[in-house]
Ligand binder design. Structure first.
Ligand SMILES: *Cc1c(COP(=O)(O)O)cnc(C)c1O
Length: 368
């Protein structure tokens, strides 16, 4: 890679392909693969990711919100797109862009049914979501009669899938709970199928579900974080490659005398002579203030440099006292070796949060 001359987020499509192949190798050949590309493809570039995966014959995409699905359609994505959390105000946009809503309670179901029939739709694909223990979105087990009474004779919609979401698939200490979710999903989906008289696709696994519960792959799995290179455990991480690298450059080097301070509110006060480097990236770029004051670190010429003082909106200062470096040198926030997960751990956060926080202000570079 050429050395960075500004803050860049590099997106490695070769690593993405590797992750996709690895995850797919865990499935039997009849199980479909849904790629979750919500939140700008976990902070990377949803359209580039989706194009790459569409070429690799992924079966489905999912986004959280309607506008994310619209962006994919505008970018030429033609595969089906499930919208996990649609709002009624966007139903027209959903239909105009052939997006497929997840319907998770009586209110959205009724509203979508009314809308689809007013728009003279036939067999419009919908997905019914059940709550099996996450207690976030979804119908309850005992809503089956209500749901099927509403849609059995409705010609405007057709149930394309029935699904649920696991609460703790990465945590094997919660295995009993997860197996219980899977069991409850089996019962509920069977009741739905019996009442509907046809068999929609069934899916329940996210990345860790895919990896830890092969018996629960059903007809499709929904993978997000795994595609981006994280498997929520050291064991799984070994087989995956983080697809993004966040790098920047040293803008300026300062020498700080004993008793001087660095940054806003004088949060860092030096008790000895030291050298700092100022970097062109800040909390407006997704490196939150929690990383300040010695928590987070970067890598410069292979060595670790702690963040000093408060993180500013557009800049960060790091301690380079023991590092041989100069203005213009490259700085790594995270890459395949010093990963986003490692950095996130310094503030008790997770790869998901750090990756999706990387702001749109940072230039994306696609590596083919
Ligand atoms: C975000 C999300 C996923 C993807 O989860 P990963 O842990 O990133 O694989 C799957 N299903 C639903 C409902 C989600 O919200």
């Amino acid at each position: 890679m050429p050395k960075a001359q500004e803050t860049l987020l590099e997106i490695d499509l070769k690593a993405l392909k590797h992750n996709f192949k690895h995850l797919k190798s865990k499935l039997n050949k009849h199980t479909q693969f849904l790629a979750v590309v919500k939140a700008f493809g976990y902070g990377s570039d949803a359209c580039e990711i989706a194009h790459c995966l569409q070429e690799l014959q992924v079966d489905y995409f999912a986004v959280a919100y309607v506008n994310e699905g619209v962006a994919l359609r505008h970018a030429g994505i033609t595969k089906p797109i499930l919208v996990l959390h649609p709002q009624a105000v966007n139903f027209k946009t959903i239909i105009e862009h052939c997006l497929e809503p997840s319907l998770y309670n009586a209110k959205v179901l009724n509203e979508f049914l009314a809308f689809a029939s007013a728009e003279k739709q036939t067999n419009y694909p919908i997905h019914i979501k059940f709550n099996t223990g996450l207690n976030r979105l979804g119908f309850w087990e005992n809503d089956v009669d209500f749901i099927t009474s509403k849609i059995k004779d409705a010609t405007s919609v057709k149930v394309k899938s029935i699904f649920s979401h696991l609460a703790a698939s990465e945590d094997l200490e919660e295995k009993a709970f997860t197996l219980n979710q899977i069991e409850s999903f089996k019962n509920t989906s069977k009741n739905m199928i019996d009442a509907l008289g046809y068999s929609p696709m069934l899916h329940v696994c996210n990345t860790s579900g895919l990896l830890n519960y092969p018996e629960a792959h059903f007809d499709m799995v929904r993978s997000g974080i795994g595609l981006y290179g994280f498997g929520n455990s050291d064991k799984e991480n070994k087989h995956l490659k983080p697809i993004v690298t966040l790098k920047t450059v040293i803008s300026q080097i300062h020498t700080i005398e004993k008793g001087e301070s660095v940054g806003y509110n004088r949060a860092f006060k030096s008790d000895a002579f030291l050298k700092t480097a100022t970097l062109p990236i800040g909390h407006a770029d997704g490196i939150g203030r929690q990383y300040g004051n010695g928590k987070g670190f970067v890598t410069i010429n292979g060595q670790k440099a702690e963040i000093i003082g408060n993180v500013c909106m557009d800049m960060i200062m790091v301690n380079i006292s023991n590092i041989d470096c100069k203005e213009g040198d490259e700085v790594i926030f995270f890459d395949g070796k010093h990963t986003a997960e490692n950095l996130a751990e310094t503030i008790n956060s997770i790869s998901y949060e750090l990756l999706t926080a990387i702001s749109q202000r940072i230039k994306r570079i696609i590596i083919q």
